[in-house]
Structure formats: C-alpha cells, structure tokens
Design a protein around this ligand. Structure first.
Ligand SMILES: [Zn+2]
Length: 83
C-alpha cells in the first residue's frame, strides 16, 4: 500500500477521492459532495477529521446515524438511486 492517509476531508479532496457513506442500517450507499461537507463543517465548527464526521453524519434517506465513511471511485453506485 502507499502512504496515502485519508484522515480528514481535505485528504480526500487532495487525492481526488469522493466520500462514500455506507448506512449500516438499511445498507444503502450514498456519495457525499466534499465541497458541501467542508462548508457544512466550517459553518458549524465541526472537526474535519473523518472519524469525527462519521460520528456526526446522519444518513438522510433513513435518518440513521450508524454510518461508515470511506473512499469511492467513479460514479455513484446504483444503490443510492433506490427510493
Ligand atoms: Zn439507512
């Protein structure tokens, strides 16, 4: 593995990754807009550490707070388009 670290939102941006959210409850997946997330963190004074964001995020489709964050590659997976 490389020495790439993905500890903060800025790390994702720097490496050209998008941020993927896995809902641990309904098993759906969403892609987060990093710019929007950065702005939201700045507005609310949140830490931009991924671990901190993971604790604060809520999965909008079902309201569940148990989410897992990770890097995503390419376009949004089809699972996020289910209603
Ligand atoms: Zn869910």
């Amino acid at each position: 593995m490389s020495s790439k670290r993905l500890d903060t939102i800025a790390d994702y941006t720097r490496h050209g990754y998008t941020l993927r959210v896995d809902c641990l409850k309904c098993r759906r997946v969403a892609i987060i807009n990093l710019l929007e997330l950065t702005l939201r963190c700045q507005e609310r004074g949140w830490s931009k550490q991924i671990a901190a964001v993971e604790r604060r995020l809520r999965y909008s489709q079902c309201g569940n707070r148990a989410v897992r964050l990770g890097p995503a590659f390419g376009p949004s997976p089809r699972a996020s388009e289910q209603s």
